[in-house]
Design a protein around this ligand. Structure first.
Ligand code: SF4
Length: 350
């Protein structure tokens, strides 16, 4: 095992490393972890079962309040119709997330998960961010463990890393003051891992954080992964400002560059030596930088994104057919493969 990067070394890489050199270092690490040269992606669909949310994050353009004219909670029939469409294109996973609805309790979620799992046992439910889980527990007056256990019994297989943003409370207090603290986010993932529910870790950068905050974020993820081994992947993206309160408050906020994205991604690959997969976010960076990210440590191109509402509300509106994903991966000399939620290869395109 290679010597671990220290926080100081990682900070130095972010601030001073030559971008090309950083790419080479991250690619070498990626090759050690994924020697077969396979780059994966998943055919899935985001289903945002509600846009009603009381958390009012300043960087979010997706949420509505209950009385807004365009507020919604999808019916089971509407959800079924979306899953039927997904099955038609051979999809295997739904990324199931909402706003944080102020009134829906555990019984509603149990019915929902049971309904989907019973009707579509071939579909993996990768759902509910730790913010949602925390609030389901609060509004239902039960523990987080009980929420996780009850939803697992009904068919919840995996939880997404959404809501991590930057795991620094001083940053969170500015961009999402009502959101759970960093330690609570970590602890919900810890509890899920201990119950056998694997998850992913994410990071949204490009608001008010410093490089030191980013390293602290990496450190919190690495530390929990040492303890539980429950993160399957790390996914990061830059703040998408359009239509957000945060951009109205700080209108001259710089849009993070592609150089910065690739730089941070490479350092993430090097620092998170215990997280097996790093996902490229072509949804926020575009296809070209998404492809470049494969040269900066990423080994997964994420999802074909049949439907995405949260990031697209804030200006990032991309979608990609399976054939385009395959072509992008082949174009840089790697072997494309469709994967499932557990990052197991389902179909290779040699
Ligand atoms: S990011 Fe999520 S929790 Fe925050 S306001 Fe938007 S929907 Fe709600």
């Amino acid at each position: 095992m290679q010597k671990r990067l220290t926080k100081e070394e990682a900070l130095d890489l972010i601030k001073n490393a030559d971008l090309k050199e950083l790419g080479k270092m991250a690619s070498a690490r990626k090759k050690e972890l994924h020697p077969k040269g396979i780059t994966t992606f998943v055919v899935d669909r985001n289903i945002n079962y509600t846009n009603i949310c009381w958390v009012d994050c300043k960087f979010c353009a997706f949420y509505r309040h209950e009385k807004d004219a365009d507020a919604y909670v999808l019916t089971f029939d509407e959800i079924d119709a979306k899953i039927d469409e997904l099955l038609e294109i051979g999809g295997t996973q739904i990324l199931f997330q909402g706003g944080v609805h102020p009134k829906l309790k555990i019984e509603w979620y149990e019915d929902l998960v049971e309904h989907i799992h019973t009707k579509y046992p071939e579909i993996t439910i990768h759902g509910f961010s730790s913010i949602e889980i925390d609030f389901i527990a609060k509004v239902s007056r039960i523990s987080v463990e009980e929420v996780l256990e009850r939803l697992k019994v009904k068919g919840l297989a995996s939880i997404p890393g959404a809501g991590a943003e930057i795991l620094s409370d001083k940053v969170r207090d500015i961009i999402a003051p009502k959101k759970i603290d960093s330690e609570v986010w970590i602890d919900i993932h810890r509890k899920a891992h201990k119950l056998g529910i694997m998850s992913t870790a994410t990071m949204m950068y490009g608001t008010v954080e410093s490089d030191e905050d980013i390293i602290d974020h990496f450190e919190m993820v690495r530390k929990l992964q040492d303890e539980t081994g429950g993160f399957r992947a790390f996914i990061m993206w830059s703040f998408q400002g359009q239509n957000t309160e945060l951009l109205r408050l700080i209108p001259d906020m710089d849009k993070p560059s592609s150089n910065r994205y690739l730089r941070l991604l490479a350092v993430a690959r090097l620092y998170l030596d215990n997280v097996p997969n790093i996902q490229s976010s072509w949804v926020t960076q575009g296809a070209y930088i998404g492809q470049m990210a494969l040269r900066f440590g990423a080994n997964d191109l994420g999802s074909t994104m049949m439907e995405e509402n949260v990031v697209s509300s804030a200006g990032a509106a991309y979608s990609m057919a399976k054939e385009e994903m395959v072509a992008l991966i082949k174009d840089i000399g790697e072997i494309p493969a469709v994967r499932n939620t557990a990052y197991e290869t389902l179909e290779k395109f040699a």
